[in-house]
Design a protein around this ligand. Sequence first.
Ligand SMILES: N[C@@H](CCC(=O)N[C@@H](CS)C(=O)NCC(=O)O)C(=O)O
Length: 253
Amino acid sequence: MALKYYHAEPAANSLKSMIPLFEKGLEFESVYVDLHKFEQHSEWFIAINPEGQVPVLDHDGAIITHTTVINEYLEDVFPDVPLRPRDPVGAARMRYWNKFIDEHVMNHVSMHGWHRMVGVLARGIESGEFEALMERIPLPDQRKKWADARSGFSEEQLAHATAKVEYAIDKVEGALGESEWLAGDNYTLADINFFSHCGMFVDRMFPEMEVTTRAPRMTAWKERMLARPGVKEALAMPDHTNPALRTFTGEAR
Ligand SMILES: N[C@@H](CCC(=O)N[C@@H](CS)C(=O)NCC(=O)O)C(=O)O
């Protein structure tokens, strides 16, 4: 049994499938893909994932992509440490949250991240070289996202994304008034999903939202997440982000 995990920094999608690997105590070979050097669009990586995105799980040669799919796969193959409720209603609740986060949270937080970080990176690339890099991106939506990040997302796009993030925070805060974890009494893949894409850094990314006062239950939940052994191990993985691009507060450097 050999597991290989291709990933970038421990944040967002790369973190989301790394946490279950650690929670389940699985041994895996970590393969770092350097997004700053566009390795995700290089020939060797496209041969593994034709969509040119991380993360990717290789299990004995079977290639699994997309974090929610990877996490359910890990659950099916390695169920001993469960991160999905075993009863169908609990599993449905968890999947409801995963669908909500994948469709209504992830891309909106990501737009702000790209605006602040990838935009700076993309604007640092000479015209001509940038267009050549764009040609190597297999997914048309992703090509557009890179181009938008370079020119800067519009105020309207960013305001819409902010409203989606605020809606998600309030929804999560409400749910945590009903149960300790998002999908009920147990820590599940839904918590891991929301933490990786939003809960882990939303207070730093949007200080004007005053998240700690607006969402005290979510703030306490974040501490419970940070105390999880798998979360600790995943967050301790190397972070090669160029410090000049680590601008969660958005100041130009
Ligand atoms: N739906 C995919 C999204 C993967 C994704 O957006 N990965 C990002 C990193 S967080 C990526 O590879 N970005 C680089 C690029 O698209 O050029 C998943 O859940 O795995």
